[in-house]
Design a protein around this ligand. Structure first.
Ligand SMILES: Nc1nc2c(ncn2[C@@H]2O[C@H](COP(=O)(O)OP(=O)(O)OP(=O)(O)O)[C@@H](O)[C@H]2O)c(=O)[nH]1
Ligand SMILES: [Zn+2]
Length: 369
């Protein structure tokens, strides 16, 4: 193979091209005509492939219809022979979605084909365990691996940093949690495990938490604007206004996502239950099948709170997120992988339980068998 061809092939793998996509090509489609959407501005897309970057409009007949059917940043497209328009979109590996702020019944696609989602929060007033739980549900629903990055560790008191890291680690299985100064060069080294060749990362988090700063650090140059924040409330000013995919020097891609003002989950009840797997396990041991975990006798959830093993905050957020799910109807699936994740999990064993007798609170306890 000529050096030129090898370089062209390597750009595709750096962009994240893999077997998952190549097996979707038909015999007359070649990798000369595939590209990844690197940014979208209104109806204009930038598409990146062996040919470099080309700009093309989103075809009119792709504009209507469901949000899921339209390309978003990170999607792979097959282009026509002259690379002037997209012919079709390849099936996604993963996709990060949120509920559309304009219409509760629809979703908004944020980024596609991510391997890792960096959930960024700063170690100041922005730090909120409940918000992190919400982001974790979004990341897990996407099919990508979540990593929590706590920025501005340099400005915070060390014991606050330590307790925030410890608390964040308890939120979901073995979720990695790192406290960093996003402006420091060594932060790129700390994060290198998630930035290998062909890996795709997106950063999500409130405005002003330091997402663009982290991107510049990973890129080893200023590729995106960062904004000073208002000291009084630690809130950002929404410096980043569009989603853009960058090629990192270490050989993967990184995507900046504007800070969200509203962050509603898409339909994903099973994922919410997975994030709160500890509560789900406790529920299996409540005396009553329809326990509301409020004032019922023998409620394993309340017993765990009394014993300091679960916080009331986490239980309240669990109820809040499930109520949001109930309001917005049935679950939908966005990729094959997500479909598999949605498959009902086998129930853990447990003793047979009884109904509380219909009462919401303090249901009448029936005699144990
Ligand atoms: N001390 C300190 N300042 C930081 C750190 N990370 C970011 N900043 C500062 O925080 C401000 C906001 O950072 P940005 O990177 O623009 O935040 P953002 O999350 O990209 O904000 P949006 O683009 O609005 O979503 C800038 O002034 C950064 O210099 C950090 O780890 N330590
Ligand atoms: Zn209970």
């Amino acid at each position: 193979m000529q050096t030129d061809d090898m370089q062209k092939d390597s750009i595709l793998s750096t962009l994240g091209w893999s077997e998952h996509f190549s097996q979707q090509l038909s015999e007359d489609e070649t990798t000369e005509h595939v590209g990844r959407v690197s940014s979208i501005h209104a109806v204009l897309m930038n598409v990146w492939g062996k040919f470099g970057k080309v700009q093309m409009p989103l075809p009119g007949n792709w504009l209507g219809g469901k949000a899921e059917a339209k390309p978003t940043v990170g999607d792979w497209l097959v282009l026509d022979k002259n690379k002037q328009y997209p012919v079709r979109m390849l099936e996604r590996k993963t996709v990060f979605v949120r509920r559309s702020p304009q219409n509760e019944k629809t979703v908004q696609l944020v980024a596609a084909n991510l391997d890792t989602v960096f959930i960024v929060s700063s170690l100041n007033h922005d730090f909120s365990l409940s918000r992190l739980e919400r982001y974790l549900a979004l990341a897990i629903q996407s099919g990508a691996q979540p990593v929590i990055i706590l920025t501005k560790a340099d400005e915070a008191n060390q014991s606050f940093v330590g307790s925030c890291v410890a608390d964040a680690k308890t939120l979901y299985q073995n979720v990695p949690v790192l406290a960093v100064d996003g402006r420091e060069e060594r932060t790129a080294t700390l994060l290198k495990d998630w930035c290998g060749h062909g890996h795709s990362i997106a950063l999500v988090g409130s405005s002003g938490v330091g997402k663009s700063t982290l991107i510049n650090t990973m890129m080893k140059e200023e590729v995106t604007l960062t904004g000073a924040i208002r000291d009084a409330d630690s809130k950002g000013r929404h410096t980043t206004s569009s989603r853009t995919l960058y090629l990192m020097p270490c050989g993967g891609t990184i995507m900046d996502v504007p800070g969200f003002r509203e962050l509603q989950l898409p339909p994903c009840e099973e994922v919410v239950k997975e994030v709160f797997h500890d509560i789900q396990e406790l529920i299996e041991s409540c005396a009553f099948v329809d326990c509301q975990h409020d004032q019922e006798p023998d409620c394993a959830v309340q017993q765990a709170i009394a014993a300091g093993k679960l916080t009331q905050r986490r239980l309240d957020n669990y109820h809040k997120l499930l109520e949001e799910q109930a309001r917005t109807g049935t679950e939908r699936t966005y990729t094959k992988r997500q479909e598999r994740q949605m498959a009902p999990r086998p129930k853990t064993g447990g003793r047979p339980r009884r109904r509380s007798g219909g009462g919401k609170k303090g249901g009448k306890k029936k005699k144990k068998k």
